[in-house]
Write a protein that binds this ligand. Structure first.
Ligand code: BMP
Length: 224
């Protein structure tokens, strides 16, 4: 891993999602710390396509399924199991459903199969400032109670990342990971989230839409 970056694979319309993703992974290999697929890819490629994509990700990379789960426990488990069975190791979920009958069942399933939960602490779009940001402290404490691997916090609002880190310090797992989207296409500069306390920056279009993704990643982050 040369860069503390997770690459978001959101294939543009009109592209074959599997060959588009494989081309990008071939270009980047294990230069980024991980890769992330989301619903645009999973819905279009189906579980078999998602499995084919996971199988070309280097073994030492984090394989995130960004399903942004928000449902009752048993239904989140059904959805998450599609991604876990396809080879994904980290699942992203919303916090608003709460623990009982929701996230408790999801994390129990993930623990049983050796996968990890990432909880949204807030989001990178401007509208999240009005709603999500009101509950950051509660969501971080909720994640700590559950024993999550990490949190999503927005690169676009570094003070939120600092706040998540601050609240984490008072929990049993202050070193829980923070992953931060919003660099590049959404306007934030590379390294801004890391400087604010994130462990990984999530980058999609600024790298994946470039003619040469490896060159784009190096241009953004510099030579380590
Ligand atoms: P891009 O760098 O192209 O803007 O992509 C950002 C990625 O991060 C997308 O896959 C998006 O779904 C995800 N994301 C985000 O942009 N903001 C959030 O708050 C949470 C996300 O998962």
């Amino acid at each position: 891993m040369r860069y503390p970056v997770i690459i978001a694979l959101d294939p543009p319309g009109g592209e074959d999602p599997v060959s588009w993703s494989v081309r990008i992974i071939d270009s980047l290999q294990d230069e980024p710390a991980g890769y992330k697929i989301g619903l645009p890819l999973l819905v279009r490629s189906g579980p078999k396509g998602a499995r084919d994509i996971a199988s070309v990700m280097p073994t030492n990379t984090i394989k995130v399924a960004d399903l942004k789960l928000a449902d009752i426990g048993p239904v989140m488990v059904l959805t998450a199991s599609t991604a876990v069975d396809a080879g994904y190791t980290h699942i992203i979920a919303h916090p608003f459903m709460g623990i009982e009958g929701g996230l408790d069942e999801l994390i129990k399933y993930l623990r049983d199969v050796g996968a990890e939960l990432i909880l949204l602490a807030s989001m990178s779009n401007p509208g999240a400032a009005r709603y999500f940001d009101q509950f950051i402290d509660e969501f971080v404490v909720m994640g700590a109670r559950l024993g999550v691997w990490g949190y999503v916090a927005p690169a676009t609002r570094p003070h939120i990342i600092r706040r998540v880190r601050e609240v984490l310090k008072k929990t049993p797992n202050p070193a829980a990971k923070i992953v931060s989207p919003g660099v590049g296409a959404q306007g934030q500069r590379p390294w801004a989230a890391i400087k604010a306390g994130a462990d990984y920056e999530i980058v999609g279009r600024a790298v994946t839409r470039a003619e040469d993704p490896a060159e784009a990643l190096e241009r953004l982050y510099g030579r380590p």
